[in-house]
Design a binder for this molecule. Structure first.
Ligand code: NAD
Length: 415
């Protein structure tokens, strides 16, 4: 049966297994008692339902992983390959991510198996309202707080919030984050993941006595695009950028602003004056100081890990490195800043949005950035100290920090 599945689908089906493998290896150091560890490995609730929209039926999901530290929190993804194992893995990673940055949430993740490129705006709205109708009894500011993920945005969140509030009959902006600013969204949410990535990278460079130097970024969507702009301003030389169609390279450095304008105008990065074409595969193997995979899962694999020449890998995408590749990078001495730390700035500012909504008071951008910097710096310090204590990689250390915090909350609750 498995041989009939494409590599992409197999990788996602295996994602939950990968998440559990990472947890099990981290537990060699965290030493969480078996009964509690066993509970952390099993999502608390799994919701699967059918959504009817535009005369078609779609499979909807929400996995609520662990609520010991607070309400479930996590995005909703629209993609043809969304399936239950992937959603379970992403929900588990959300619990770990929220614990690493020490925000008061558990993990959740949702999705709809659909191809958003083939949906009209009206059908997208119907799918989003259908998701909210099915999940209305199970979400809310103090229960489960959804947010955008791949192929969903602030408009999607506006439809979901509106449908949820129609059903409950009252305003509850803190029930959803990643909303438009006009409906209670937070300033700084758009760049938060990349801004947080920079704060963590800055601390990692300092702690490991590495220099800023050159960087290659795979994917210039929301996360990669903002990261390129921020790091360009911080003095990095951006030598390569890419999107799904391929990449561009310049050893002298790419003018990021020009590259993003070019992509906006032409729909592609290719053709920017002063740059050469480069494939997404070759971009990953460039001799750079920092490599930032910011697009897809499973791009650094056992086949290309040995060719990675970067000194540091900043995992802005979720799950860009397979466990086999991770072991190879570790052996080669490549410093990997794991996704649950590197890209946690997004959920951190989602937490700020929720806090602002609950207090009915909004913060200016300076306040958001300052609080984000403090949260990310503290998280890096906790992971760095744990890595030194146990002499393990940052990935193992981040999992240890997260497991210990989740287990402590479960013990205090007597679960
Ligand atoms: P996005 O859809 O805005 O951008 C994705 C980018 O990847 C696009 O530029 C696209 O062209 C490119 N891409 C797609 N296929 C590619 C391929 N085969 N090779 C190279 N590039 C390819 O998505 P995003 O919000 O920027 O998210 C990117 C990653 O970051 C995802 O893994 C997501 O889960 C993760 N992430 C995002 C956030 C957030 O706040 N948006 C937070 C945490 C993690």
């Amino acid at each position: 049966m498995l041989k009939y599945l494409s590599a992409d689908v197999l990788a996602m089906a295996n994602a939950f297994e990968h998440a559990l493998k990472n947890l099990a290896s981290a537990n060699k150091y965290a030493k969480i008692p078996a009964d509690i560890f066993g509970k952390i490995c099993v999502p608390e609730h799994v919701h699967q339902f059918t959504i009817s929209a535009g005369g078609k039926k779609y499979q909807g999901y929400r996995v609520q992983h662990n609520a010991a530290r607070g309400p479930y929190k996590g995005g909703i993804r629209y993609h043809p390959q969304v399936e239950i194992n992937e959603v379970k893995a992403l929900a588990t990673w959300m619990s770990l991510k929220c614990a690493v940055v020490d925000i008061p949430y558990g993990g959740g993740k949702g999705g709809v198996a659909c191809d958003p490129k083939k949906l009209s705006e009206k059908d997208k709205e119907a799918v989003s309202r259908g998701w909210a109708k099915a999940m209305a009894p199970h979400i809310g500011a103090w229960k489960d707080v959804p947010a955008p993920d791949v192929n969903t945005d602030s408009q999607t969140m506006a439809w979901i919030l509106d449908e949820y509030e129609k059903i409950t009959g009252r305003h509850e902006p803190a029930a959803i984050t990643g909303k438009p600013i006009e409906l209670g969204g937070s300033l700084g949410r758009d760049k938060a993941t990349s801004q947080g990535g920079w704060f963590v990278l800055r601390e990692a460079l300092k702690a490991n006595k590495l220099k800023k130097g050159t960087i290659a970024i795979q994917g210039v969507g929301n996360v990669g695009g903002w990261l390129a702009e921020i790091l360009h301003k911080e003095g990095f030389r951006i030598v390569a950028l890419s999107d799904s169609r391929g990449g561009i390279y310049s050893s002298a450095g790419i003018d990021v602003h020009k590259a993003l304008m070019h992509k906006q105008a032409k729909g592609t990065l290719q053709g920017l004056a002063g740059t050469k074409l480069i494939s997404n595969e070759a971009l990953l193997e460039l001799p750079v100081d920092v490599l930032a995979p910011s697009a897809l899962e499973n791009v650094i694999t056992k086949d290309n890990a040995k060719n990675i020449k970067a000194k540091l890998v900043l995992e802005m995408a979720n799950g860009p490195t397979t466990p086999e590749a991770d072991a190879i990078l570790d052996k080669k001495g490549v410093l990997v800043i794991p996704d649950i730390l590197a890209n946690a700035g997004g959920v951190t500012v989602s937490y700020f949005e929720w806090a602002q909504n609950l207090s009915g008071y909004s913060w200016d951008l300076g306040e958001v950035d300052q609080k984000l910097e403090r949260q990310m710096t503290r998280a890096f310090t906790a992971v760095h100290e744990t890595a030194q204590k146990h002499r393990v990689s940052y990935r193992a250390a981040a999992n240890v920090v997260a497991l210990e915090r989740i287990a402590k909350a479960m013990q205090l609750r007597g679960r």
